[in-house]
Design a protein around this ligand. Structure first.
Ligand SMILES: Nc1nc2c(ncn2[C@@H]2O[C@H](COP(=O)(O)OP(=O)(O)OP(=O)(O)O)[C@@H](O)[C@H]2O)c(=O)[nH]1
Ligand SMILES: [Mg+2]
Length: 259
């Protein structure tokens, strides 16, 4: 631990740090201080929308995940973003009762947090998961009826948490809707239809109390990936834009947690 590092963590000054160093407790105390109040964030969204990849991207880890490798239980991911410690709860998005139960457990656990942050991950129905390829893809394009059903699912999942976490007396202080997989949906037009859909369309209407809290909509991509290894990327999303969107997201996140 460098002197600068110690000073950054020990508000009582150099003398206290010196005593603690003598007693051998310094490292432990510094670690405790850095852990004292990790920022707690709950990540929700449908299966295959891209939650786990998004969390990995935030923490600078490899983001590619097989569509057969689904999150099955809710769990905390402990990591640093811009030197701030975050406890990020990843949740399973699948619809079977067993996963819904897990999700509800995560929601009820989060309901006890102070100043809870919620990130809802959506991807305009481009959910890549255990649904077989022939249902999701037709003639090398995403199947329109599959996409529609998944967009409807994104909306229906909102009712599982919006009232309990964002209604009167709810734990949530802020919400972010992360619209991921921009590598697949970003267009060359200034007006991004997909973002508009979330900011103004039926998704927005269904947010209810979650729209009345501080709420940001963030385009995002964790990596480039052909949808079901078949449907091509939009062609308008480059690495520079991806980095810009990541930076904007992190800035908005830090703004939220520092309120
Ligand atoms: N094209 C593209 N694919 C992505 C992106 N993010 C994730 N994926 C892929 O989408 C699939 C699903 O991503 P996951 O992060 O596992 O989805 P999840 O929301 O965690 O899903 P569950 O764990 O089932 O709830 C994986 O194959 C990812 O590699 C992205 O930004 N762009
Ligand atoms: Mg997952």
């Amino acid at each position: 631990m460098t002197e600068e590092g110690i000073e950054a963590f020990i508000p009582y000054g150099r003398e206290v740090a010196a005593i603690l160093r003598k007693t051998g407790a310094l490292e432990r105390v510094v670690e405790w201080l850095s852990r004292k109040s990790p920022q707690y964030v709950l990540v929700l969204g449908a299966s295959g929308a891209g939650k786990s990849s998004f969390i990995k991207h935030l923490l600078g880890e490899g983001t590619q995940i097989s569509r057969h490798n689904r999150t099955v239980g809710f769990h905390d991911v402990d990591g640093m973003i811009e030197n701030i410690r975050f406890l990020i709860t990843d949740t399973p998005g699948q619809m079977d009762e067993v996963y819904k139960d897990e999700r509800m457990k995560a929601i009820l656990t989060a309901a006890r947090q102070d100043k809870l942050g919620i990130i809802n991950v959506v991807s305009y129905g481009l959910h890549e998961e255990t649904v077989p390829k022939d249902k999701a893809v037709v003639d090398a394009s995403a199947n329109a009826s599959y996409l529609q059903s998944r967009r409807d699912l994104e909306i229906s999942l909102l009712s599982q948490w919006t009232n309990v976490l964002c209604g009167d007396g709810g734990a949530a202080a802020w919400v972010m809707t992360v619209v991921t997989k921009a590598d697949l949906w970003w267009t060359g037009h200034a007006d991004q239809e997909v973002l508009k859909y979330y900011q103004e369309g039926p998704y927005f209407q269904a947010l209810g109390p979650a729209a009345r809290l501080r709420h940001r909509f963030c385009p995002h991509s964790s990596h480039n990936q052909l949808f079901y290894h078949t449907v091509p990327l939009s062609g308008y999303y480059d690495d520079k834009l991806k980095q810009t969107h990541r930076d904007e997201f992190v800035a908005a996140l830090l703004e939220n947690v520092s309120l």
